[in-house]
Structure formats: C-alpha cells, structure tokens
Design a protein around this ligand. Structure first.
Ligand code: C5P
Ligand code: MG
Length: 216
C-alpha cells in the first residue's frame, strides 16, 4: 500500500478520509493538527502558545512541527502512513522529503483534495468534533451524528473547534492559497501529485482515493 500525503484547504475532509483509510487498509494516521492539539491539551506554556496560534488560524513554527513529524514517523516503524495536514508550506514539503529519504521511504502519493472557498466555509460552519478525535458535519446527512450533539463512537458531547470561526477560517484559507502552488509544483516535478475533487459524497471521494492508492 502506498503512503499517502493529503493536502487540502481547511475542512476539505482530510481527517474523514484518513479515518476511512485507517479502517479499511490499516494505515497509520499522522495528523499534524491532532499532534499539535495533543500538546495544546497538556496545558503547558508551549501548549498555550500553540493554542493562540491555532485559534487565530496561523501556522505553528517549523522548529516545533519538524520534530513532531519525525518522531511520529519513527514510532510507526515503516507501516504505511497517511499524513494529514503536513506539509502546509514548501519548506515543510522539502523537509518532509529529507526525512522520508533518511527513513528510506520513496513510495508515496500526494493527493490534493480540491474544494472551493465557499464550499470550505460552509463545511467549517457545520463541523462539530469530539475529544475522541471523531469529526461530524451537521450539513451533511452522511456525517451527522445519530443523536444530535452526541458522538456516535464514544457518547461524549460534541463541540465546535475554537478555530472554526470566520476570522480564523479566512486566515487559514489565505495561508493555504499563498502556499499551495509551490507545494503542488514540488510534487508535480517528482511525479507524485494526484487531484481529487471533493465537492462530492464521502463515499465517492473515498472511492477515488482508493483507486489512486491501489494503482501501481
Ligand atoms: O489540519 P488541521 O485543520 O487539524 O490543523 C489545525 C491547525 O493546526 C492549523 O490551522 C494550524 O494552526 C495548525 N497546523 C500547523 N502546521 C501544520 C498543520 C497544522 O500550524 N503543518
Ligand atoms: Mg484534521
């Protein structure tokens, strides 16, 4: 199974698609957002700094994300992975390439989940999450919780992410737009890039992704 790097604007469904790949194929899910939220939840001074950046929709420094991604890749010991939320800049893409080389990983595909700004904003406003990591969307019948406001998986109350507001969304989307072309060029040059249109159902998107990862 090919390693997968998911690149996408906010709320394009990286986490949702990653979860499907984990369940169906046993991938290791590497979510930089989740790794950062774990540090945030520890309540340390660093966690507080991260929270301020995340809530404002800004990017956390490379000095912090680089060791997080490297550690995580070392922990999974060569199992196939899906990276969700890293890289988000050209510099991160270049660094990722270096780490992958060090670990002798060359077989990967980069999938851009393509979504318009309007559609992304609509998804942000309907998104609810659980502290167990599961994510829902009240505007999508396939992603609604069975019982309003309650997690299907663990029964806890669902909440909005603190960064799922208009100001933070606009900041995140702007950062995405500024960085995306150089990242895509980087992977195009390496013949690694695939584009999947995500203004479709979760199952259709998953079908397209499965075709890509099982194709030689
Ligand atoms: O991917 P996700 O939307 O969960 O990421 C949440 C936040 O984590 C981002 O908006 C950003 O503040 C931070 N992040 C980052 N650098 C990354 C990935 C996420 O700063 N490579
Ligand atoms: Mg995510």
């Amino acid at each position: 199974m090919k390693n997968v790097i998911l690149i996408a604007p906010p709320a394009a469904g990286k986490g949702t698609q990653a979860e499907i790949l984990v369940n169906d194929f046993g991938y290791e899910h590497i979510s930089m957002g989740d790794l950062l939220r774990e540090v945030m939840a520890s309540g340390s001074a660093l966690g507080q700094e991260i929270k301020t950046l995340i809530d404002a929709g800004k990017l956390v420094d490379d000095e912090l994300t680089f060791p997080l991604i490297k550690n995580k890749l070392q922990t999974i010991q060569g199992k196939p992975f899906i990276s969700d939320g890293f890289p988000r800049t050209l510099n991160q893409a270049q660094h990722f390439e270096t780490i992958l080389k060090e670990l002798n990983i060359t077989d990967y595909v980069v999938i851009l989940l393509n979504l318009s700004e309007e559609a992304a904003l609509k998804r942000i406003s309907g998104r609810l999450i659980c502290s167990c990591g599961k994510s829902y969307n009240i505007y999508n019948d396939n992603l609604k919780p069975k019982q309003e406001g309650i997690c299907d998986k663990c029964g806890q109350a669902l909440v909005k992410r603190d960064d799922d507001n208009l100001t933070s969304f606009q900041q995140r989307y702007e950062i995405f737009q500024t960085n995306i072309e150089p990242i895509l060029d980087f992977y195009r040059q390496r013949n690694k890039l695939q584009i999947v249109d995500v203004d479709r159902s979760v199952a259709e998107i998953a079908g397209s992704i499965k075709e890509i990862i099982t194709h030689d």
